[in-house]
Design a protein around this ligand. Structure first.
Ligand code: 2IT
Length: 448
């Protein structure tokens, strides 16, 4: 129950209209926790029906994606693009290929992306897409035929000034290349319609590192503001061996942190003396996994089956970088009990709403992915800028801009949290600051 009657009414309606969409409803609830601080102070929100509008995607495209596998069998998947909000710029957000993909997950991600993109300060609206297609174990030929089949429909709906997809889970450089190539063929134009492109055809230096590096720049801002210290010597644990986790581990080590545990999909390794980060980064990049090999190649390290047990490892800082819904209230309690004083999300909503509420009311510093993992999409925005001016910047230039953007995001979140009397509640600051810009643009543009 919220203080605001209006908020309770809107949430009831959202729940009734989106039955069974638990990920989406949970994202809305987390956001409404923060809205409860503003709706009664700003009558424009109710007057212009901002919350009723902002929680409905502007457009959802669903497509049949038929393709032929290597044995000649015809297979069919469902593809989606959720164009959530274009108030401040063209729809922007990644594509996810995973068996679990459904409308609830893509709506949750598109909703979050709207505020994340707003926080970057760059002109990007929110979108997300993907398919319930599992790329694991598929040949390059199968992946290519799938991507081309999906693009044969998607090309009508996207464009450099309309909707600019990028990567996400299961959707990396290879998939972006196949999709970009087919878009170019169908449209006969070479434009920056995807970000995360390869360097030979318009990609940006620093994009692969951006989410993980940006995460650590955000962590440094949190530590500087709230603890008057840096990450040097801190015990860190990281979940997920994808691009975000790998790059976060590399940057954490570079900044002098001690990585004591890290997980992949099979399990986790724990060494209180600190893990061998270059080994992990290399293995994770090659195979997407590292933990079993790590345990075989290193003496005195513990390997545990299943990633979830890692949340019981004593640490100072936890960086969940795998996927949504991996930390629940019980994990949050365990983290706090074992000394964790700060959790910063590298993935999108790895913590459920109960875990977030627990952190905020029990003195554990918490930052939501929509602020702390925004470095990825921020450098996507920089890739769009470079494409638009037909130039490429150096790695150093991109990295310096990324660092400044992450500092600015932290400042916006913190200043807003202070303004609402909750100085350490970065989730509140992120939601309100991200929201205000989108709301202003929606009001200015009328009812549309
Ligand atoms: O969740 C995310 O922010 C992304 N997957 C990156 C989106 C993008 O457009 O670079």
């Amino acid at each position: 129950m919220y203080k605001s009657k209006y908020l309770n009414k809107v949430l009831r309606e959202i729940k009734a209209k989106n039955k069974g969409q638990k990920e989406f409803i949970s994202a809305v609830e987390e956001f409404f926790d923060s809205m409860d601080f503003v709706v009664d102070k700003d009558p424009r929100i109710e007057k212009f029906a901002i919350l009723e509008r902002i929680t409905v995607p502007e457009r959802i495209i669903t497509m049949r994606v038929p393709w032929v596998d290597d044995k000649g069998k015809i297979r069919v998947n469902t593809g989606y693009r959720v164009e959530f909000n274009s108030a401040i710029g063209p729809y922007k957000g990644g594509m996810r290929f995973d068996k679990s993909v459904n409308l609830s997950i893509l709506k949750f991600l598109g909703f979050e992306q709207t505020f994340k993109n707003s926080l970057t300060g760059l002109p990007m609206g929110g979108g997300k897409g993907g398919a319930d297609f599992d790329p694991r174990g598929k040949s390059d030929g199968e992946i290519m035929r799938f991507c081309q089949s999906m693009m044969a429909e998607l090309f009508r709906h996207i464009g450099p000034n309309t909707d600019v997809p990028a990567g996400d889970l299961g959707f990396g450089a290879r998939e972006i290349g196949y999709m970009f190539g087919y878009y170019k063929k169908l449209r006969d134009e070479f434009t920056g319609v995807f970000t995360g492109k390869g360097m030979s055809y318009g990609g940006s230096l620093g994009r692969p590192e951006a989410t993980g590096y940006g995460l650590l720049y955000f962590v440094e801002e949190m530590l500087r503001e709230f603890k008057k210290t840096s990450i040097k010597g801190m015990k860190v644990i990281i979940s997920g061996s994808g691009k975000v986790g790998g790059m976060a581990a590399a940057k954490a080590a570079e900044l002098g942190a001690k990585l004591v545990a890290m997980s992949d999909i099979e399990g986790y390794v724990y060494d209180p003396n600190g893990l061998d980060v270059p080994y992990i980064v290399k293995k994770a990049k090659e195979k997407g996994m590292f933990s079993k090999d790590y345990a075989a190649d290193h003496k005195g390290v513990e390997w545990h089956a299943g990633p979830h047990g890692m949340w019981s490892v004593p640490c100072d800082i936890a960086l969940p970088c795998a996927t949504q819904g991996e930390i629940h209230e019980a994990d949050a309690k365990l983290l706090k009990k074992n000394g964790c004083f700060m959790l910063v999300e590298g993935a999108n909503m790895p913590c459920d709403v109960e875990a977030i509420r627990y952190f905020n009311s029990n003195g554990v510093l918490f930052a939501p992915g929509k602020a702390s993992n925004a470095g990825g999409v921020a450098v996507s925005g920089l890739e769009m800028s470079q494409n638009a001016i037909h130039l490429s910047w150096t790695f150093e230039e991109v990295d310096a801009r990324l660092k400044q953007i992450m500092k600015d995001i932290f400042k916006k979140c913190h200043d807003t949290a202070v303004k609402y009397g909750q100085p350490t509640n970065i989730a509140l600051g992120a939601n309100i600051a991200g929201f205000e810009k989108v709301m202003d643009a929606m009001i200015a543009q009328g009812v549309c």
